[in-house]
Write a protein that binds this ligand. Sequence first.
Ligand SMILES: [Fe+2]
Length: 202
Amino acid sequence: MHGTDLKERRAEAIAGAMDDIRRIESSKGVTREGVEAIRDRLIELSTHREFFTFDEFPLPEDDGSGRRRGVLFRISQDPDDRFALYMNSSDGELSTPAHNHTTWAVVVGLEGQELNRFYERTAEGRVEAVGEHMVENGTGVAMLPDDLHSIHLDTRSLNFHCYGLALERLAEREYYDAEADDWKIFPAGGNIIEGRLDEELC
Ligand SMILES: [Fe+2]
């Protein structure tokens, strides 16, 4: 398949999925049923394996620190910054503390494995692990704005990360700092590369 054709066909498939996801949120609201339906629609998108490969979404070069960083490619986002879809391409050496998102969030696997652990807040204001799910191709997890999770990658992996609002707009995401025994705020944004076609940008 010619490279340009692939990019255009991928953009079409992504646009179709995001149209459906807007409709799902509008009809089911930000509910458990709604976010699980969004997860299922992204699992359907993930069956187009030829669109979502490490060749298309490569890891960044070694940054000189001795290890490569993970990176997010923004592959869809509305003009008002809602419905943001990213490809998370990671070398696998990544672990996060327990955190919320302040908007709904969905993770769906393409390559490799991303362990998701889930937590509840304890009466003492700490976190207690209540379950986990290994995200890999054909599976995913769906979270409401207050749900807490952490992610753990040991192997090279490629995943969809989709949020109700773009990461650069999420300035109130809390995480539990176990060492400090305290809740802190993640800075908005992240290591994001523009992954959309020129004509999709406005
Ligand atoms: Fe997260």
